[in-house]
Design a protein around this ligand. Structure first.
Ligand SMILES: [Fe+2]
Length: 292
């Protein structure tokens, strides 16, 4: 008898999901950008994409506002897996395990766990929650996470052991001087993200926001460090110039930015919308945060 542990993701049947208006549009766009492109290139694009390794990168970020007690804090920052046709669960879980081996204190996922359907997300969410990180495992949702059923995905993440930060600030770290970790849900514009940041009940030390457009309000509120994804660094950049990329809608598209004592780190993410990344390797990141 097979007595291996079983997991029941218990997600709503596709016919019961609260699909956003964008679901069918996204599905069509996905088909054109991936399957058609793959057919036209006789599968070369897809094969290259799946052979391209996800890099586990280490980055040091400095923030003058970062609390001294947490100088040297290590954060595994993972984002934009886009689980689905271009990202099998095994590839995503392997990337999570490699950043876990770098011994983080916190795991932070800034959204787009799935590309379209939420089916199969449970295994990845459980892998993230299983990372040995003494001060917790946090998630905010991205725009893609809302396409199929954002509420169901958030519920699944919670059952998997992740803390979903939807407009919340939680305390972790040392009891005598806790570290506040907050998160805002997806919003498309600077205005939407600013409203979400302004609505946080208190100022977090660490803010998770899928969209880097949250940084304007985060810096205005004096948030020491904001982590984002969403841009994928444009997926295509000029050699040696990661910010000269196709993410034209984003001024803050890749790497570390500072405004006053506040810092923002934008990861180019692990996954893809289309099966191509040029001078913009898919990544998971171990951040070491330095105060001063
Ligand atoms: Fe994304």
């Amino acid at each position: 008898m097979d007595d291996a542990p079983r997991h029941h993701d218990d997600v709503p049947h596709p016919s019961q999901r609260r699909r956003g208006n964008g679901f069918l549009r996204a599905k069509l766009r996905h088909a054109v950008l991936t399957r058609v492109a793959d057919t036209l290139t006789l599968g070369v694009l897809g094969r290259r994409h799946h052979a391209q390794p996800i890099v586990a990168r280490t980055v040091e970020v400095r923030s003058a506002a970062w609390p001294r007690e947490y100088d040297g804090l290590r954060i595994a920052h993972v984002t934009d897996f886009h689980l689905g046709h271009l990202m099998p669960a095994a590839r995503a879980i392997d990337a999570v395990e490699r950043v876990a081996a770098l011994r983080p204190d916190i795991l932070a996922c800034t959204g787009d766990v799935v590309d379209l359907e939420l089916d199969g997300a449970g295994a990845l969410l459980r892998a993230m929650a299983a990372v040995e990180a003494r001060w917790g495992h946090y998630l905010v949702l991205g725009n893609h996470d809302h396409l199929d059923d954002g509420r169901a995905l958030a519920a699944l993440a919670g059952r998997s052991g992740m803390q979903v930060l939807h407009g919340r600030v939680v305390e972790t770290g040392h009891a005598r001087s806790p570290l506040r970790v907050g998160g805002v849900d997806w919003g498309r514009t600077v205005g939407a993200q600013s409203a979400a940041v302004d609505a946080l009940p208190e100022v977090p030390h660490l803010l998770l926001a899928h969209n880097p457009k949250a940084f304007r309000a985060a810096a205005a509120r004096g948030v020491p460090l904001t982590l984002s994804g969403h841009t994928h660094g444009g997926q295509v950049a000029l050699k040696g110039r990661p910010r000269a990329n196709l993410s034209f809608a984003h001024r803050l598209s890749a790497g570390t930015y500072h405004q006053g004592p506040s810092a923002l780190f934008v990861s180019v993410g692990a996954g893809a919308w289309f099966p191509m990344r040029v001078h913009c390797a898919p990544e998971v990141v171990l951040l070491t945060v330095r105060s001063g």
